[in-house]
Design a protein around this ligand. Sequence first.
Ligand code: RB5
Length: 142
Amino acid sequence: MLALCSDHAGFELKSIIEGYLEANSIPYKDFGTYSTESCDYPDFAHPCALAVESGECYPGIAICGTGNGIAMTLNKHQGIRAALCWQPELARLAREHNDANILVLPGRFIEPSVALECVSVFLNTAFAGGRHQRRLDKMPVK
Ligand code: RB5
């Protein structure tokens, strides 16, 4: 099951992505927020990250206005590799090279159609492994 989260600035795009997931029979869990009322992205990013880290959900999609705040928060979790993407090629490389487990989108700076392309590519690209695995192994702070 896929995990979704956003703040108020990502709420509308999150709703559009939910429609896409439902149309494609992809199950998801929505960790909020649930309206455009102003809120703080860490309140939603941490539960979403914990669900992906624990294996309850995989992968995740997270959205805030720029994507930066929510990505920074998600990446505080050792088991999370959250990738900020604003075009499909970045989403492809985030999976292929970085084995990203959360796609982060900048809700205020991306057209919904481009965001959905990013989602589709992210969900349909596999990790390439090999030399990229060696680099992932060096990521954690020792
Ligand atoms: C909210 O106004 C905005 O700061 C937030 O969505 C995000 O862009 C932060 O990184």
